[in-house]
Ligand binder design. Structure first.
Ligand code: NCD
Length: 312
């Protein structure tokens, strides 16, 4: 396996990447951190389009920073309100336009399921999924795995709890798929019934022989965990707002909950947080989430670098 396997690759689902490929991306991200000069300005003739039709702070910010670090030209479209999408332009036409502007890679975030896959079918330009509806967020999963790798020294053998919105949260699905590549991983899905993990994720894990349990109680499982991955209830994706009101605030991670945790437990969160993870946790050694967010830059720099042709 070398760089050439990544040239012009679409990054739609984390399932499209083997363990060897993921490890190669992480090795490259490590090199980005250790030898930034090697990557700085290395792709001056490339144009990266950032088409973000949903709110974003970290994913947009880190892709933008990564593309800048590589010396790329950036075409940035941040909101449906200010693009022609507001005039009724279809995603198909928007993608065709961006392709026509001599673009070498399109990063897209959209609230619709399947949007990134659809975009990749419309254009020859490689498409990177920056979050598609409640379905998938593959580059978030890559930086999550990278964070675990750096903090724990490895991913094999991890016991990880995922809590919050497992039903509508795309970060949990992608992370679950990604973890299935590693050995002796155990997943604990902790959420009330209406927010429990989606059937398709369960089927995938069953097919891959990954053990998991579903629980409604954080207190019951927290003592067993190496990592607790907390997520925001995805208010904007609820078909019925009264459902949201019923579950809101049901799983709050605070110092009291963490009292039962192992000393080495790492708390992760893709962010933004609302009321599910209290600021009092920030100063404890459990808090991995700000470092996790910062890891978005080396991981996305590595990924863009590889998709754009590597050192070649
Ligand atoms: C997440 C997302 O957009 O899916 N944010 C992110 O990319 N870090 C999580 C969320 O919005 O809750």
């Amino acid at each position: 396996l070398d760089e050439t396997g990544f040239l012009n690759r679409d990054v739609i689902s984390i399932k499209d990447f083997s363990r060897e490929e993921l490890d190669f991306i992480f090795k490259t991200a490590m090199d980005v951190e250790e030898n930034p000069g090697r990557y700085h300005g290395s792709h001056p003739d490339k144009r990266v389009a950032l088409l973000f039709l949903e709110p974003s702070t970290r994913t947009f910010g880190s892709f933008n920073t990564s593309a800048e670090n590589l010396g790329c030209k950036i075409l940035s479209n941040r909101s449906p309100g200010v693009t022609s999408v507001a005039k009724g332009e279809t995603l198909h036409d928007t993608i065709k336009m961006i392709e026509g502007y001599d673009t070498d890679c399109i990063v897209i975030r959209d609230r619709h399921m399947g949007s990134a896959r659809f975009a990749s079918e419309v254009t020859e330009v490689p498409v990177v999924n920056g979050g598609s509806g409640s379905q998938e967020h593959p580059t978030q999963a890559m930086l999550d795995l990278y964070t675990i790798l750096k903090r724990r020294g490895g991913i094999n053998g991890i016991r990880i709890g995922l809590t919050g919105d497992l039903r509508y949260g795309r970060t949990c699905s992608s992370l679950s798929y990604g973890l299935a590549n590693y050995d002796d991983v155990e997943l604990f899905f902790v959420a009330p019934g209406i927010l429990q993990v989606r059937r398709e994720v369960e089927i995938f894990l069953q097919q891959r022989g990954v053990p998991y349990i579903k629980s409604e109680s954080l207190g019951e499982v927290i003592g067993d965990l190496d990592v607790l991955y907390v997520t925001r209830v995805q208010k904007e994706r609820f078909p019925d707002p009264t459902d949201y009101e019923r579950v809101r605030g049901s799983y709050v991670v605070d110092l009291q909950v963490l009292g039962k945790a192992r000393e080495e437990l790492g708390v992760m969160h893709p962010l933004p947080r609302v009321d599910e993870l209290l600021a009092e946790v920030d100063k404890t050694s459990h808090a991995w989430y700000f470092e996790q967010a910062a890891n978005g830059v080396p991981v996305r720099t590595a990924l863009l670098h590889l998709v754009l042709g590597g050192m070649g």
